[in-house]
Design a protein. Structure first.
Length: 167
């Protein structure tokens, strides 16, 4: 993608994204994941789609640091796109509440139907270069949620009884 196309896409998506981030009720509806600690800096993420599972009423998405700290979360209301901010660690406190620059980013989906947390993996980075935290950075992503599917029994674990056929 050329620089001018990338710039144009960012300019067109940013106002839509800001509409979501500036919502006063961004964290008001979280029922499963805790509200993340808001520090003085963040990174913005826009989710264009989530495949692999039905996004039912009450579905939530959390963004975790490498230490499994929830540094961003939202209830997935309505149709995509969904936007959220993920927050840096507040260095004024002794606790680790968020990301540090260059930390890897991980997503977890709350399924209110199956009552379980499921990994959500990035299927495509539409805007941005890598899944790393950058203060004031911007990512546009597509996600895929993989629900647990029991694997078939391996053939090695099946106890096969053979009988010798009399002749």
């Amino acid at each position: 993608m050329s620089l001018s196309n990338q710039y144009l896409r960012t300019v067109l998506l940013l106002p839509v994204f800001c509409l979501f981030i500036n919502s006063s009720s961004l964290y008001a509806e979280l029922s499963h994941f805790p509200k993340p600690h808001r520090s003085n800096a963040n990174m913005s993420i826009l989710i264009l789609e989530i495949k692999g599972i039905d996004v039912a009423s009450g579905s939530e998405l959390a963004v975790l640091t490498p230490d499994s700290v929830i540094a961003g979360a939202l209830e997935l209301k309505g149709d995509p796109p969904w936007g959220l901010a993920i927050w840096t660690d507040d260095e004024a406190t002794p606790e680790n509440e968020g990301f540090k620059n260059d930390d890897s980013i991980r997503f977890v989906f709350w399924d209110p139907v199956g009552l379980e947390k499921l990994d959500a993996v990035v299927s495509e980075i539409v805007e941005g270069t890598q899944l790393r935290f950058v203060t004031d950075g911007f990512l546009v992503l597509k996600l895929h949620v993989y629900a647990f599917v029991p694997s078939p029994t391996p053939l090695e674990s099946i106890d096969v009884q053979t009988e010798k056929v009399s002749e």
